[in-house]
Design a binder for this molecule. Structure first.
Ligand SMILES: Cc1cn([C@H]2C[C@H](O)[C@@H](COP(=O)(O)OP(=O)(O)OP(=O)(O)O)O2)c(=O)[nH]c1=O
Length: 199
């Protein structure tokens, strides 16, 4: 990838930064400050829209030769969106909806590149199915009372203690943690190849 292009991650999520570092991308971190406005109840549309809002907000404050990456993750159980829990009680309610069954995790990603010939915007959504083992009341309560679920969509962290309850996944694991880095890399590569062809 062209080293002269600055990559900016429009996210405060330490997980997203780590996932990019894992594939050798060390982005500048500029978290977006938008008030998240949701106009849909369809998970794919919500993450698409929020990733676009976050990326646009930050791209508006950047110069050219910069690519901004915005992302948003939600959990959906029976199509019902679960964002971050507002309290430990809320975390308990969410985990109760997820235990003993399969749900979906959606991450929307928007890439905005400002190049020689103007701006290019790419948005895509990745879905991963996650199956959770049945949990006892005590297990749900103990996990919901922990700090781990509090800053995470669906009130759990697959990469943390909640791994004890993960039966299996279908799709990209990194997508559940907050960023499907394989897809991000492929999309960045395509976007820059197209830019070079346009030059
Ligand atoms: C389901 C799940 C989510 N998450 C995290 C990923 C995201 O950081 C978070 C969902 O919140 P988001 O609103 O997508 O992101 P964020 O608030 O952390 O960061 P920003 O808005 O600045 O981009 O949940 C995990 O870490 N593990 C998991 O297993």
């Amino acid at each position: 990838m062209d080293k002269r292009i600055k990559l900016v991650l429009a996210s405060a999520s330490p997980r997203r930064k780590e996932l990019l570092s894992q594939i050798g991308i060390v982005p500048e971190i500029v978290p977006s400050t938008i008030e998240e406005v949701i106009t849909s109840s369809v998970p794919e549309e919500v993450v698409r829209e929020l990733s676009l809002q976050k990326a646009r907000d930050v791209a508006g404050r950047q110069g050219c030769k910069t690519c901004v990456i915005g992302a948003d993750t939600v959990v959906a159980a029976d199509g019902k969106i679960l964002g971050k829990p507002a309290s430990h009680e809320d975390a308990y309610r969410m985990i109760s909806m997820l235990e003993g069954r399969t749900h979906q995790v959606y991450t929307g990603v928007t890439l905005i590149y400002c190049g020689q010939n103007g701006s290019t915007v790419r948005t895509f959504v990745e879905k991963t199915d996650v199956s959770v083992y049945p949990m006892s009341e005590q297990e749900i309560k103990r996990y919901a009372d922990d700090e781990e679920p509090m800053d995470k969509a669906g009130a759990y962290g697959i990469q943390g203690k909640f791994a004890a309850f993960i039966k299996g996944i279908d799709g990209d694991y990194n997508n559940v943690v907050g960023l499907p880095v394989g897809r991000v890399y492929q999309e960045l590569k395509q976007m820059f190849e197209q830019e070079e062809n346009n030059d």
